[in-house]
Design a protein around this ligand. Structure first.
Ligand code: PAF
Length: 287
């Protein structure tokens, strides 16, 4: 496995692979890899001839200095995981390499970025779109893999690729949970043991929502279930927990990210909350 630090070298690698007729799968990451990333990497390794993983802690997408400062950095371990999974190249540029002269260009997206996480993380999705666009131009992948845990990011990246005609296919990979149900995230490493117990309430809430939706569907198939009824049943329990500061709990349409009033296939139940200093997100998609 090659570890590549410069943009020129990364391009040389990708172009050589393309000349040899190999397809390139790409998994962009912030590092601190976990089993959720492994699922993305495994899909790429199984579907593409060659897999590139980027490990770049992108400052442009962090809205809080503290979050960036305390984000786990585990490059050596990450490279070991990539090697073990059969990755062909890790692209790990420095901040200077990626943003040599800063960036005057901004990519913004109307509507999709000003809801859910966008409401409390101003500029976050602009930073994500900027770095993802740069990485696509540098790595030139055929296919890129994104996790459904960051569902809003996935929807925004898909739309950016469509509107800006990037020649890359975006593939969604289902969210991965730990044994206790907590959605895997690099930020989980920051939770104390008691915070982790508190955090389990987030996945349990989504589990309860799932039960309600599935029970209603089997009781009276086709009868629309009101979102307000579902959220009212679970919200109080979250809001009243002193260890949880709920940012949002919402039900939105998978295509438009608009709020939905009645549960239908393609409804995403999404939430974000602080547990201590750590911001966690989770979702369940009714398919
Ligand atoms: O989801 C992430 O890890 C990041 O937002 C991404 C896509 C690697 C961009 O920095």
């Amino acid at each position: 496995m090659e570890v590549i630090e410069t943009i020129d070298e990364m391009r040389r690698f990708s172009r050589a692979a393309r000349r040899e007729g190999r397809t390139i799968g790409f998994v962009p990451t912030l590092g601190a890899l976990h089993d959720g990333h492994r699922a993305l990497i495994r899909r790429s390794v199984s579907e593409c001839d060659c897999t590139v993983v980027s490990i770049f802690l992108n400052p442009a997408q962090f809205d809080r200095e503290e979050d960036l400062r305390t984000y786990p950095r585990t490059l050596e371990r990450d490279c070991g995981i990539c090697r073990g999974e059969g990755v062909d190249a890790v692209f790990g540029p420095s901040e200077k390499e990626m943003y040599r002269d800063g960036s005057m260009v901004m990519i913004s997206i109307a509507h999709f970025a000003d809801r859910l996480c966008g409401m409390s993380r101003p500029g976050h999705f602009r930073g994500v779109m900027l770095v993802v666009a740069k990485l696509f131009n540098i790595v030139e992948p055929d296919v890129a893999y994104f996790g459904e845990k960051d569902i809003q990011q996935l929807i925004i990246v898909k739309r950016m690729v469509q509107d800006l005609n990037f020649p890359v296919q975006i593939r969604a990979v289902p969210l991965v949970r730990d044994k206790d149900g907590l959605a895997l995230s690099s930020r989980n490493a920051r939770l104390s043991a008691s915070e982790r117990r508190t955090a389990l309430k987030l996945s349990r809430t989504l589990g309860r929502i799932r039960e309600m939706v599935e029970e209603a569907e089997s009781r009276s198939p086709g009868t629309p279930l009101a979102v307000s009824e579902v959220l009212a049943e679970v919200a109080e329990d979250l809001v009243s927990d002193p260890g949880i500061e709920l940012d949002y709990l919402a039900a939105v349409d998978m295509e438009t990210l608009e709020d939905v009033r009645h549960v239908k296939k393609g409804t995403i139940f999404a939430l974000a909350a602080y547990v201590g200093e750590t911001r966690l997100i989770d979702n369940w998609i009714y398919r």
